[in-house]
Design a protein around this ligand. Structure first.
Ligand SMILES: Cc1cc2nc3c(=O)[nH]c(=O)nc-3n(C[C@H](O)[C@H](O)[C@H](O)COP(=O)(O)O)c2cc1C
Length: 232
C-alpha cells in the first residue's frame, strides 16, 4: 500500500513512521525494526544522509555528545535492511537524480529529498534543486515511487513549488520544533497557518485544486538559474 493510500485509508494523522539511524550493529538494527513494528509503525524512514556525526562547525557551541558509531551505507546495506522487516522502507536524504534512480530500481517504497535541514554536510544541494533536477532529467521517478521532500519549507509557496515539480508531500522540521514550545496547540496552530497559506497561495496562482498543480505554474528557467546557478 502506498503512503498516499495509507494516509487516505487511515487519515493522515494516524500514519506513523519510525525513523531509523541504522548502525553497523545488525542486532541493534533488527531490534529497532522489530520494536517499530510492535509499536504500530506503518513504515520505516531510514535516514541515509547521516551515517556519521556532522562536522557541526557552526553548532560546536552546543557541545552535543558525539555519536559513537559511524556506518558505511551501501545499496547492499539497504537490501539487508529490506530482508529484516516487512514494513515499507522510505529512504530519507536522497540528494541526487542518480541515487533517486537507484532507489527506484532497488524497490524503495518512497524517497525523501532532504539535506537534513542543511545542518549536516556543508554544500549538500537543496531538496528543491534536486526535485527540479529530477523533473528535468528523470521525471518518470515521480510516478515510479512516492517522492517526498523536506528542508526549508516555511511558507505556502514553498509547498506549492515542491508539489508543482511532482513531489507528493513535504515535511517540516524546525517549524514544528519551534511551534512545539507551545505544545500540541502550537503545532496545530502551525499546521493551520500553513494550510491557510497553501489555500490562499493556490487561489492566487489560479489553481482551484492542488492536484492540478504542475510545473507549467513555475518559471523553470528562473529556478534553474537560481537553484543551480545555470546560465546567466
Ligand atoms: C534539532 C534537529 C534534530 C534533527 N534530528 C534528526 C534525526 O534524528 N533524524 C533525521 O532523519 N533528521 C533529523 N533532523 C532533520 C529533520 O528530520 C528534517 O530533515 C529537517 O529539519 C527539515 O528541514 P527544516 O527544519 O528546514 O524543515 C533534525 C533536524 C533538527 C533541526
Amino acid at each position: 500500500m502506498s503512503i498516499e493510500e495509507m494516509a487516505t485509508a487511515k487519515g493522515p494523522s494516524q500514519v506513523i513512521f519510525q525513523q531509523l539511524y541504522a548502525q553497523n550493529n545488525r542486532t541493534f538494527n533488527q531490534m529497532t525494526l522489530d520494536r517499530a513494528k510492535k509499536a504500530g509503525s506503518n513504515a520505516i524512514v531510514w535516514t541515509v544522509d547521516a551515517p556519521a556525526d556532522g562536522a557541526w562547525v557552526y553548532g560546536a557551541r552546543f557541545t552535543l555528545p558525539p555519536r559513537t558509531d559511524t556506518a558505511i551505507f551501501t545499496w547492499d546495506f539497504f537490501n539487508e535492511l529490506r530482508n529484516m522487516t516487512d514494513l515499507p522502507i522510505i529512504l530519507k536524504g536522497i540528494t541526487s537524480v542518480e541515487d533517486a534512480k537507484i532507489a527506484v530500481s532497488m524497490g524503495a517504497d518512497a524517497i525523501v529529498l532532504s539535506n537534513h535541514g542543511a545542518r549536516h554536510l556543508d554544500g549538500a544541494p537543496s531538496p528543491l534543486a534536486v526535485a527540479l533536477a529530477i523533473h528535468d532529467q528523470a521525471p518518470e521517478i515521480f510516478t515510479q515511487t512516492e517522492v517526498l521532500a523536506d528542508c526549508g519549507v516555511r511558507y505556502g509557496t514553498d509547498v506549492l513549488k515542491f508539489l508543482a515539480l511532482g513531489v507528493k508531500a513535504v515535511g517540516l522540521g524546525r517549524s514544528f520544533m519551534y511551534a512545539n514550545i507551545y505544545g500540541t496547540s502550537g503545532v496545530e496552530r502551525a499546521i493551520d497557518i500553513l494550510k491557510r497559506e497553501i489555500f490562499l497561495d493556490a487561489v492566487n496562482l489560479g489553481v482551484d485544486d492542488i492536484h492540478k498543480l504542475n510545473s507549467s505554474y513555475l518559471d523553470l528557467d528562473y529556478l534553474r538559474r537560481h537553484l543551480w546557478d545555470m546560465g546567466p
